[in-house]
Design a protein around this ligand. Structure first.
Ligand code: CU
Length: 125
């Protein structure tokens, strides 16, 4: 029979030191996030395409009238096509694409070259 007499953490010092940091992080997160939105949706007009094959962040929120800029930092050509629109905005490596969103709504988009993997959303409010 084995009895553990010590807790799995080294005394109370560690939790006491972590707690203020965690509270500060939580406050920062609350301050940055728009009310009643998931934390995964960033309020930004800039979408990066890092290596490789992703839109980052995949879901963004913008105010109506905003112009969203995608920048292709990948080593391959990608594109942005908003669902329901015919325009395909091609981006070779290093290029950018810009689309202005005037009407509120949720706009799904894809890279037409890699539609299975590269998907994103622009929420306009
Ligand atoms: Cu692509």
């Amino acid at each position: 029979m084995t009895r553990r007499l010590t807790p799995p953490w080294p005394g109370l010092a560690a939790p006491a030191m972590i707690a203020p940091g965690m509270i500060a992080l939580a406050m920062v997160a609350l301050a940055c996030a728009a009310p009643s939105r998931a934390a995964s949706q960033a309020r930004t007009t800039t979408v990066d395409l890092p290596p490789s094959y992703v839109f980052q962040p995949a879901a963004i929120e913008v105010t109506r009238g905003s112009t969203v800029t995608w920048t292709n930092h990948d080593n391959f050509t990608h594109s942005v096509q908003v669902q329901g629109q015919s325009d395909v905005h091609m981006m070779t490596p290093g290029q950018t694409a810009q689309i202005t969103f005037d009407q509120p709504g949720t706009y799904a988009y894809v890279c037409t070259l890699h539609a299975q993997n590269m998907k994103g959303t622009v929420i306009v409010d």
